[in-house]
Design a protein around this ligand. Sequence first.
Ligand SMILES: [Cu+2]
Length: 126
Amino acid sequence: MAHQGRCSAAILSTILLLCLHPLASVSARAAIYTVGDDSGWTFTIEDWTKGKKFKAGDILTFNYYPTFHNVAVVDLKGYKSCSASSTAKIYDSGKDRIKLSKGRNYFICSFPGHCEEGMQIAVYAH
Ligand SMILES: [Cu+2]
C-alpha cells in the first residue's frame, strides 16, 4: 500500500510537471533522452549519440551542476572551434530540456576548456 501511494504520488507530480512545462505541447510521439544517461552532461560525452536515432521534436535533457557547466547551442563552426558566439542561446538551469530541430543540432559547454575536454555533442534529427 505504502509503495502504491509513492508511485501514484510520483506519477501525479510527473503529470503536473509536464503540464506546467512549456514543452508540454510537444507531440506524444516525441522521445525524451537524458544526455549522458546516468552520468549526465559531462566531459568526453561525444560518443553518447552513437547508435541513437533522433527525430525533430525529440527532447534532450541536460542534467549537470550549473556552477560548473552550461549548455550552449552552437552551429557547426562553434562546435568545431569550441566557441559560443555572443548570440548563442545558453541554458544554465542544470536541468535543461531542449527540443531538437530538424537537421544538425550542436551543443557545447562554454566554460573555458570544457568543450575541448569533449563536452560537446552533435545530434542529427530526422
Ligand atoms: Cu562544462
